[in-house]
Design a protein around this ligand. Structure first.
Ligand SMILES: O=C(O)[C@@H](O)[C@@H](O)[C@H](O)[C@H](O)CO
Length: 352
């Protein structure tokens, strides 16, 4: 098992690389999408109201091989490995999610992006196939000592306005109205198209595609269906395409929020299949539609039990805290991450 951090786009710099190295991390998962365009004061965790997380990027500019190689070199020069890129920019795949007129063009662009990722020597690409994205999120003093973290206080069935998908705005100049309603079967059909197109390219490029579960994991969010909102639905995604590149971005927090099954059986089932690429090692209390993110050692999940299951199944992927409660001090993000990493390192040392 390898330990790492997830760094948002504005954190891709020497200060954060040195922090990661000093904490004893060896790997990084990076985000190239700017979730914080409108929300700079909350740039430690992606939250957003009905307007979502902000404005998506440029639909015609996918991340180039040169850009990816430069980022990887910078990370390697700081003694760290670049394990994964997490998330497509909604601007790059909105018509794949919405089955819109530019679907084929966008699919061709995503294939080129994944070829670039493979050629740059980046082994994994995490994605979240979702129309509403990580929505209905609140923020408050939810963790121990009143530390600020994210959560959910009731569902959100506000329809998504045209020009918005995956909780971000990709086109402000569209006609009034909301995203057309579809059912679960249609969303699974769209995922089938995406997997059947991208997986052969990913396999040839030596890239694992790692699927994030729905967060919040509910049948519907913002009047749109969701895919993986119970643990067994991950198996349906895996079984849709036998490619060895069809893998999972295993978010423990999201799975623990689910109202059926349990996170330990899910960890055992999917790590036993060798299908977990990397893990969001974060803890929560509660179930949807009311959960709160807490410190790694105070949540509903027995994190040491998770690690024992992963060791039993010879999991050798990367674990990152993803996001954590923000500690009340001059460096809330750093302190929260250092606390989580310290716990992870100590717990893993007890396994050996
Ligand atoms: O489910 C969660 O809370 C996290 O995995 C996501 O917020 C994730 O950090 C963001 O979607 C960015 O990938």
């Amino acid at each position: 098992m390898k330990l790492g951090f997830g760094l948002y786009r504005h954190m891709l710099n020497t200060e954060h690389y040195q922090f990661a190295k000093q904490c004893g991390a060896t790997h990084l998962v990076i985000h190239l999408v700017d979730y914080f365009g409108h929300n700079k004061e909350n740039s430690d965790q992606p939250i957003g109201g009905k307007e979502g997380w902000g404005r998506a990027g440029n639909p015609s500019e996918i991340w180039s091989l040169e850009e990816l190689m430069a980022i990887k070199k910078e990370i390697n020069d700081h003694g760290l490995e670049l394990e994964a890129i997490e998330n497509f920019d909604p601007a790059h795949w909105y018509d794949i999610l919405l089955d819109g007129p530019q679907k084929e063009l966008q699919m061709a662009n995503l294939k080129q992006l994944i070829r670039n990722v493979g050629q740059a020597g980046i082994p994994t690409f995490g994605y979240n196939f979702s129309m509403a994205g990580v929505a209905a999120r609140t923020q408050g003093p939810y963790a121990r000592g009143g530390a600020i973290s994210v959560g959910m206080e009731g569902g959100d069935d506000t329809p998504i306005p045209n020009g918005m998908v995956w909780n971000m705005v990709y086109d402000e100049n569209v006609a009034e109205g909301t995203v057309p309603k579809i059912d679960h079967d249609e969303l699974w059909n769209r995922l089938q198209y995406f997997l059947d197109e991208i997986l052969p390219v990913a396999e040839e490029a030596g890239v694992k595609m790692a699927a994030h579960p729905d967060d919040p994991p509910m049948p519907y969010v913002r009047d749109t269906p969701r895919l993986v909102y119970q643990p067994d639905m991950y198996q349906k995604l895996i079984d849709m395409n036998p490619s060895p590149s069809n893998n999972l971005e295993f978010c423990l927090g999201s799975i623990a929020e689910m109202t059926e099954g349990n996170v330990y059986d899910a960890t055992d089932i999917y790590s036993k299949q060798g299908k977990i690429s990397y893990i969001h090692f974060r803890n929560i209390v509660g179930k949807v539609p009311h959960y709160k993110e807490v410190f790694v050692d105070e949540g509903d999940i027995d994190m040491f039990k998770i690690l024992k299951i992963l060791k039993k199944n010879n999991f050798d992927g990367v674990l990152i805290p993803d996001h954590t409660p923000q500690m009340t001090c001059d460096a809330p993000w750093y302190a929260g991450m250092a606390y989580a990493m310290g716990y992870m390192k100590a717990a893993i040392s007890l396994l050996e």
